[in-house]
Write a protein that binds this ligand. Structure first.
Ligand SMILES: [Zn+2]
Length: 443
């Protein structure tokens, strides 16, 4: 029986448990899911399909998963660089957010982020920000798949002026979006152990567990975080969260750079996951997460870009390249974080880290049809011996030609089908750039 869409004439990287690569393969999609994958055999005809997508010898793989974003922060791309974290935050980012973040700016910044993500092959992101309802509406319009959390912080925040109501607001958002859109999964996002009290953290985690949702939190991003914690002075940020019962298989620890002896065991024992954001950590001079040791301990590690103000782009291909090379130079060992490992972090392991491992992250029958096609017919991708090598070390987001999410084509021949890219860019340039520029602080 005819399938809906057939991707063919490409190297299929399934990212299945045996990392199967099908040379000259095809992937058949029916409805929103993958029906099967196969190999083009001489003399055999391809499965009949309503729509054919010819990969022209390129690479067909699962869409990438970005495990940590703050989508509306595209508005602040390049606003303030080359500064210490707390100067950057307190003198530039927080004042800009206080002045310019409202539902309209969040919607426009999010649309811009979605356009950038989709055109560069990311089909799923995990986000936390303020006014997340406006984020969710904009994400839903774009077709991007996302895990979204309303930010919880013990300070007055955009949309939640009374911090006493922060957990309630996050839970209200989560309940509202639990069944509203098939591509959106709500989550609970606490900013950090130093901006949320123990009571806030415990209440927020209880809400996440009650609803069966992923709980996201920035942790151990900088070396002095420990000194800002309210708990006993000898506890590391990870041990502190463990002492509060925050860690379990639905906890996503973002950054996890400054881990102390015993922290990796705590994370592994509780089956918590980690989002590794190497470019953001490098740009803010925060340090390097011990990813090789986390992986050796069996911890699930996904890749993330973090917000656009600390990266300054959302291209997960660049992030893969950085991750693979950073750990090699830090460990003075070129075998660390090989291309396959990093590619898994950007696909199946990222999916697992955000609670979607059974739905996305690989091209296997029954999974959601989140599929991208890489155009390898370009000088920087020629010749082609090992597709995983090209994807990590040579390709970039601009090499993504086609993108499907849940069986729906969202990018075709590098054209975004769900949003008017010119309009999205013009709205940010015309409505926000002049105002933000006029109020920007000197560097
Ligand atoms: Zn972040």
């Amino acid at each position: 029986m005819e399938v809906d869409t057939l991707f063919y004439n490409g190297i299929v990287l399934t990212i299945n448990p045996v990392f199967e690569v099908i040379e000259d393969g095809w992937v058949a999609v029916r409805g929103e899911t993958i029906e099967r994958a196969g190999k083009c055999q001489a003399g055999e005809t391809l499965p009949a399909a309503k729509t054919l997508v010819d990969a022209r010898g390129g690479i067909i793989l699962p869409g990438l998963v970005n495990t940590h974003t703050h989508l509306p922060m595209t508005l602040f791309r390049g606003l303030a660089d080359d500064l210490p974290l707390f100067t950057w935050l307190n003198e530039h980012i927080f004042p800009a957010e206080a002045t310019f973040i409202d539902p309209d700016s969040v919607a426009h910044g999010t649309a811009l982020a979605c356009a950038e993500l989709l055109l560069s092959g990311t089909t799923t992101c995990c986000d936390g920000y303020f006014l997340e309802d406006a984020v969710a509406s904009a994400v839903a319009r774009s077709g991007l798949r996302a895990v979204l959390g309303q930010g919880v912080i013990d300070f007055p925040a955009p949309g939640v002026p009374d911090p006493a109501r922060n957990v309630e607001a996050a839970e209200t958002f989560a309940r509202a979006w639990q069944k509203r859109c098939p591509t959106i999964t709500p989550s609970i996002f606490c900013h950090s152990p130093y901006t949320c009290s123990a009571e806030t953290l415990v209440r927020a985690k209880a809400a996440a567990d009650r609803l069966g949702l992923v709980f996201q939190i920035h942790v151990a991003e900088t070396g002095d975080e420990k000194s800002k914690l309210p708990g006993p002075a000898n506890l590391s940020p990870v041990a502190y969260l463990d002492s509060l019962g925050i860690l379990n298989e639905r906890t996503l620890l973002v950054h996890a750079v400054w881990l102390e002896a015993g922290d990796i065991d705590i994370i592994a024992r509780n089956k918590a996951s980690v989002s590794h954001n190497p470019q953001s950590n490098m740009k803010l001079g925060s340090g390097v997460a011990p990813v090789d040791r986390l992986l050796a301990a069996g911890v699930t590690v996904g890749l993330g870009t973090d917000g656009c103000a600390s990266n300054n782009d959302l291209d997960l291909f660049c992030e893969m390249d950085t991750a693979a090379k950073l750990h090699k130079v830090m460990g003075m060992n070129p075998t660390l974080l090989d291309a396959r490992t990093v590619l898994k972090m950007a696909t199946i392991d990222g999916a697992r880290a955000i609670g979607l491992g059974d739905k996305i992250g690989s091209l296997e029958p029954g999974k959601q049809a989140d599929i991208i096609v890489i155009d390898t017919n370009q000088p920087h991708l020629t010749p082609l011996y090992h597709p995983a090598s090209h994807l990590v070390y040579a390709a970039r987001g601009a090499d993504v030609r086609d993108v499907m999410i849940g069986g729906r084509m969202v990018v075709r021949s590098r054209q975004l089908l769900t949003l008017d890219v010119e309009e999205v860019m013009a709205s940010v340039r015309d409505l926000y750039q002049p105002k933000i520029h006029a109020r920007k602080q000197p560097l």
